[in-house]
Ligand binder design. Structure first.
Ligand SMILES: [Zn+2]
Length: 266
């Protein structure tokens, strides 16, 4: 019964996001699936965390759109999220809803779920707000080196604080809805989310697939075609490790940190 309500509820939200051009057609189908499973198997508390991530990241992507326009070409996809992006951000959280079905009495499924969302929320907040920083970021692998705004692997104090807040928002809800250990869950999920997003930057600086547009003479995540329509050339990183997989790994790293910390501390 709850799965049925989850299906209705998630489909309505995905449809509205599709109509608002925040999700592509494939993205809306994937979001409806993710929402149905998380609401249907987890319950409304799980749905609140997912919606907090979804609404805040959509709103931040849309906000300050004009100031971000010039950076748009650097990111592999525009404001419309497709299935790859939705699953890159939501697949691990969805898996934890299934694990909750198998282990209904365990608290680690809730912690893992929250950490996965905290990490992708931290990453999204850092990306969307970090570009508003007037000073250019520095490379995470070489903090003396300044890089152009929007470069994968670029970090700044401003962006890191944005990531911390993005993570803390999810963590405070995770703590609020937890029956016990509120303070510990807040700290644990906040730290895990922040570390997940920093791991995302580390991958962006090292092994994520990067391309080059010979027409604009710019580095980009876009492949096979740049925004200008020119085919892009692979310059560094593992070709199979695209941005969606990096986001997936960001969530996975957050979960790993959270579960290790919770087994050590609780
Ligand atoms: Zn180009």
């Amino acid at each position: 019964m709850q799965l049925f309500f989850g299906f209705i509820f998630a489909t309505i939200i995905a449809y509205l996001a599709y109509r608002a051009h925040s999700l592509s057609r494939s993205g809306a189908v994937a979001a409806a699936f993710v929402g149905m499973i998380i609401f249907g198997l987890g319950g409304w508390q799980w749905a609140v965390l997912l919606l907090t991530f979804f609404i805040s990241s959509t709103a931040l992507t849309r906000a300050f759109k004009n100031r971000k326009q010039s950076l748009d070409e650097k990111f592999s996809k525009g404001g419309k999220r497709d299935a790859g992006q939705v699953l890159g951000n939501g697949a691990i959280a969805t898996a934890f809803a299934f694990l909750h079905l198998i282990f209904p009495a365990s608290s680690w499924t809730w912690i893992g779920f929250a950490a996965a969302l905290a990490a992708v929320n931290a990453d999204t907040w850092a990306t969307e707000l970090g570009v508003l920083n007037p000073t250019p970021p520095r490379m995470i692998t070489d903090l003396r080196k300044r890089v152009e705004k929007g470069t994968s692997g670029g970090v700044s104090l401003f962006g890191t604080v944005a990531a911390l807040f993005g993570s803390a928002v999810i963590a405070s809800l995770a703590a609020l809805f937890s029956p016990t250990n509120h303070r510990l869950i807040f700290l644990l999920v906040t730290v895990s989310g922040l570390l997940g997003s920093l791991f995302d930057s580390l991958l962006g600086a090292t092994v994520q697939a990067m391309y080059y547009c010979p027409l604009d003479k710019k580095e980009t995540e876009k492949h096979p075609l740049h925004t200008c329509g020119t085919p892009t050339v692979h310059i560094r990183g593992w070709k199979w490790l695209n941005n969606d997989l990096v986001n997936f790994t960001c969530g996975a790293f957050g979960v790993l940190v959270a579960l290790l910390m919770s087994f050590a501390l609780m």
